[in-house]
Design a protein around this ligand. Structure first.
Ligand SMILES: [Zn+2]
Ligand SMILES: [Zn+2]
Length: 272
């Protein structure tokens, strides 16, 4: 079933709607001076327009990490209906994914590549946690069905040494905003990363699984018995990291574990 052009447009418009306002000059100064400065400094956002987080083009009327129209048009969203196992849109044909292991269902907002990659890398390494505002809106849309059935949202943790250098966990930033948008509880400390695994960018599926094996553990005393948990991450490549997290959560009693990410690499997807 294909979306009609008007439905597709409505999807895009809704997906493009913004929340929050944390990056403009008013937001920056508000963080420096506290709430009292909000009214005074918000006016500065009118004078100094927000810039597209990807290309720097001024964006009029943006509400937190708004993209310019050119960058926005480069994004590829995963439109429903989607494959339960990989989350890819089925509009382009059937999917022949193998069984998903410990993860019941996958959902993602954007196909990784181009502007989507820029957004993820800036969120992850560019000190731009505000980009999570925009991504979370799209994720809430793409993962609406799994979130509706969720009891708990859990971000993929990063090792404390990475947290020290990066100052924030991008997956937790996404989860916090998703929780605010959907009213679902979240727990950033449900899982812990036992060791800082080396970057996986150049590794294949088997090597990635070996890389993350036993890298995660449940927090002592974690009680997720019988809960439907959704693991949240910025990007899924082979799914090895999320699978490792899901195994720990299932071993801790979770009734089901789904995965929701901002983006997904589809190059390995065995679609027919
Ligand atoms: Zn742009
Ligand atoms: Zn699939």
């Amino acid at each position: 079933m294909a979306l009609s052009s008007s439905k597709r447009k409505a999807f895009l418009l809704e997906a493009g709607s913004g929340i929050g306002h944390s990056r403009g000059m008013g937001g920056v100064l508000q963080r420096m001076f506290g709430k009292a400065g909000r009214g005074v400094f918000a006016a500065l956002d009118l004078v100094l327009p927000e810039r597209c987080p990807v290309c720097g083009t001024p964006v009029q009327g943006g509400a937190g990490s708004a993209l310019c129209s050119q960058c926005f048009s480069d994004l590829h969203f995963s439109y429903p209906p989607v494959c339960d196992r990989c989350g890819a849109s089925l509009l382009g044909g059937a999917c022949s994914c193998p069984s998903a292991g410990a993860i019941a269902r996958r959902r993602f907002a954007l196909v990784y590549g181009g502007v989507a990659t820029d957004l993820i890398l800036k969120l992850k390494h560019g000190d731009r946690p505000d980009i999570a505002n925009r991504l979370a809106v799209w994720m809430a849309r793409a993962g609406g069905d799994v979130i509706a059935e969720a009891d708990l949202l859990v971000p993929v943790p990063i090792h404390w040494t990475r947290l020290l250098s990066r100052q924030y966990n991008q997956a937790a930033e996404l989860t916090r905003r998703l929780a605010a948008l959907t009213g679902k509880p979240w727990d950033a400390r449900a899982l812990k990363r036992l060791r800082a695994t080396p970057p996986q960018g150049h590794l294949g599926g088997a090597a990635r699984r070996a890389n993350v094996a036993r890298a995660f553990a449940a927090r002592s005393g974690l009680d997720v018995a019988g809960l439907a948990v959704v693991v949240i991450d910025d990007v899924v490549t082979t799914g090895a990291t999320a699978e490792a997290c899901a195994k720990v959560l299932r071993a801790s009693g979770a009734a089901s574990v789904d995965l929701l990410t901002a983006a997904a690499v589809l190059s390995d997807c065995p679609r027919t």
